[in-house]
Design a protein around this ligand. Structure first.
Ligand code: 5GP
Ligand code: ZN
Length: 115
């Protein structure tokens, strides 16, 4: 989508530190990491948030959660000690970029509840 920063990252129009890519998904390092390992996992397809997902997106989201994130956690060395996956959604959810993204955070002990 025009003017979407994450679409531009997915299309390599804006540089990022890519850590994973396949036909439908890219993952790249967050510009302002909140943990020693902080990666954003996004569908290449523009979807605004979890609320905008459609029936046809089920396989895509399942691919991200079942395949990509656990593999990435292994690759980044955070699988054994544990990690956190966050999808900020909407205004009160703290979503600032309106292209669905899953934060994968690890490498330190996480607090709960979040702030
Ligand atoms: P949200 O606040 O929407 O859940 O997360 C958006 C995230 O995207 C933030 O953690 C922010 O640091 C990150 N971010 C925003 N712009 C860019 C960018 O141009 N490149 C990268 N790598 N991360 C970005
Ligand atoms: Zn987009």
């Amino acid at each position: 989508m025009a003017d979407c920063i994450f679409c531009k990252i997915a299309q390599k129009e804006i540089p990022s530190k890519l850590v994973y890519e396949d036909d439908t998904v890219v993952a790249f390092r967050d510009l302002e990491p909140q943990a020693p390992q902080h990666v954003l996992v996004i569908p290449k397809k523009h979807v605004e948030s979890l609320l905008a997902l459609e029936e046809e997106d089920k396989a895509l989201v399942s691919h991200i959660l079942v395949d990509v994130i656990p593999q990435l956690a292994q690759k980044l060395g955070i699988a054994e000690k544990g990690f956190r996956v966050v999808a900020n959604t909407g205004e009160e959810g703290g979503q600032t970029v309106k292209h669905l993204h899953f934060h994968l955070l690890g490498g330190r002990s996480m607090q709960w509840p979040p702030g």
